[in-house]
Design a protein around this ligand. Sequence first.
Ligand SMILES: Cc1ncc(COP(=O)(O)O)c(C=O)c1O
Length: 341
Amino acid sequence: MQNIDWSSLSFGYVKTNYNVRCYYRNGKWGELEISSSEQVSMHMAATCLHYGQEAFEGLKCYRGKDGKVRIFRWKENCKRLQSSAEAIMLAKVPDEIFKAACWKVVQLNKDFIPPYGTGGTLYLRPLLIGTGEKVGVGPADEYLFMIFVTPVGPYFKAGFKPVKMQLVRDYDRAAPMGTGHVKVGGNYAASLRAGERAHHEGFAASIFADAKTKQYIDEAGPANFFGIKDGKYITPDSGSILPSITNLSLRELAADMGLVVERRHVPIDEIGTFEEAGACGTAAVISPIDSIQDRENGTVYQIAKNGEPGPWCQKLYKRLTGIQFGEEEDKFGWCEFVDVD
Ligand SMILES: Cc1ncc(COP(=O)(O)O)c(C=O)c1O
């Protein structure tokens, strides 16, 4: 076990012992390799550096109440990486390589899996990049798929507290027929200005309006939006948002817990009618939303009452993290065990 102060971990990078890598050359994937280097060496004309041929993923591994190590819904992350690869013409990583890489990197870094009870998890960051050189615009002939891991702390150190968000219309993170539905670096570059400005103006994150009409909620920074009212879990249906695996899981849990699930356009002026709202993603699971300020006209939609998360946000959060940490029955079969001993 590493000498780490588990309780002070944030969502940041901590050096671990190993990462795993696999190279695509001459039309095929090679063997999985183990590396102890934090560096990647590549040609200066690699397509990931020039033409944005880069996709990534984020998933977590948990030390459960029973001491066992679980990985949550890796197949969904694998499918999403394949769909990102399809969208920007990267070589696709087959399921068996993705799975073997996840298992190997967790086993090699088992001492960095935060103990149960600390709220910490081991975050896996798969990365797929075009490494082949190209000067004219075009997809590379060579790719690198790698996974590194880093232990991360609980997202809410001060407890599960609602945050203020800012709705923006003067920046778009993705175009309607662009790449918003896949996890590629360019989307994040496009979202940086709005996000940094939101932080600077005192908000936890920006919420983007849909790029075409600016009438609907699209994505909540690096998370999906959901609202709850009248016994319904409502989340935007849009071709330019990332299909969040946390949102997928929350929809299944919400239905299981008796809520009606609606995926549809969510008009901005509906925000004020929600009894609860949240942003969901792997990092935080759920960030309950206190209020949303419309930056263009200054309207503030107050959602949370007395600065506290609502009952559904709490129930959903508890149920999902309960499954991930092995405290509740995993009746959907979302967790798979990694043998680390
Ligand atoms: C833009 C964006 N939306 C949504 C999410 C949430 O997705 P997930 O629940 O799969 O982590 C993420 C994080 O991966 C993201 O970067």
